[in-house]
Write a protein that binds this ligand. Structure first.
Ligand SMILES: [Zn+2]
Length: 308
């Protein structure tokens, strides 16, 4: 009897496999190091063989996969971190496990992180949500009416590459410049800080460090360093403006903020909302903002939500 679902989050360094009962309760988690050899060709085989050691495939009803790259219509477009180009995971995995009846769905990991937060995290009970992950880059996930939104090329909601800045016009990994990611991600905050240090004469503790992290800028801003505060305020101004635009498109119940920068908690949320609300009133009087709660498990829960 098929009595389990699996939520699998494939990351660039490790893979998390959650075994869920049909009601969506997490029973067990298996982890695996991501084998990147030969353009990641062994990844699906190794996932299948680990699962086989733990549970009979005949007992599995559905599998959700989360991958670090764009996905549309269940097809992966590319996962640079894994060495994958276009890939039909569902067909390949069914072939590996010799089971055609199993339901397999695939989605982008940032979208699944948003789904995970709706399923078991801070957005529980909501059906329209937008999640933004502020780390090395900016990841984002969109859920509308309870469904993950991919778009035709899998880039729906990828606000990290919305053009927001003409003042510094910093170059972005995507090949363009002035993207939100270049000024509001953790890396972006450091880049913005270096621009401020060049153009301003204001004293700041930041000048004492040859290199510093986004966390250092945030900590100094919290402790009253005026220039550090200006930098973070500007970074969150860009983000608040971008989220205001998102609101006019999908009007979410809740914005979820995740990633390393979100460790600053209410301090960051208050800065974002300070810049967000003046741009959406009088149409939008209330949108919830919350810090993500599931951390690295969000993708695994989201992958289960996808097939539940
Ligand atoms: Zn970009």
């Amino acid at each position: 009897m098929r009595k389990y679902n699996l939520g699998i989050d494939i990351g660039g360094t490790s893979i998390k496999i959650g075994l869920f009962d049909i009601d969506g309760n997490l029973l067990e988690v298996f982890t695996l190091k991501t084998n990147l050899r030969d353009h990641g060709r062994y990844i699906l085989f190794e996932i299948a063989s680990l699962i086989k050691k733990k549970v009979d495939f005949q007992e599995i009803k559905a599998i959700g996969f989360g991958v670090p790259g764009p996905v549309a219509n269940n097809i992966v477009y590319s996962c640079v971190n894994l060495g994958w180009g276009r890939k039909d995971i569902a067909s390949e995995f069914k072939e590996i496990i010799k089971d055609d009846e199993i339901l397999i769905k695939v989605a982008n990991d940032a979208n699944l992180a948003a789904a995970g937060e709706i399923y078991k995290g801070v957005a529980s009970g909501y059906s329209n949500c937008f999640m933004v992950t502020l780390g090395t880059g900016i990841g984002s996930g969109v859920i509308v009416a309870g469904r993950v939104v991919d778009g035709i090329n899998g880039v729906a909601g990828e606000i990290g590459h919305i053009h927001v800045d003409d003042d510094y016009n910093l170059s972005c990994n995507c090949g363009k410049s002035g993207c939100l990611e270049t000024v509001s991600s953790a890396t972006g905050i450091v880049r913005l800080a270096n621009e401020y240090l060049k153009k301003s004469d204001k004293p700041s503790m930041l000048r004492k460090f040859p290199y510093f992290s986004a966390k250092k800028v945030i900590d100094l801003a919290k402790s009253g360093d005026e220039l550090a505060f200006e930098i973070i305020d500007k970074a969150m101004n860009y983000l608040g403006q971008a989220l205001a635009k998102v609101s006019y498109v999908i009007n979410p119940d809740i914005f979820i903020i995740g990633g390393g920068v979100s460790n600053a908690g209410d301090f960051i949320v208050n800065l974002i909302t300070k810049h967000y609300y003046p741009l959406v009133k009088p149409f939008i009087n209330h949108t919830n903002f919350a810090i993500a709660t599931l951390g690295n498990d969000a993708g695994m829960f989201g992958a289960c939500y996808l097939v539940k």
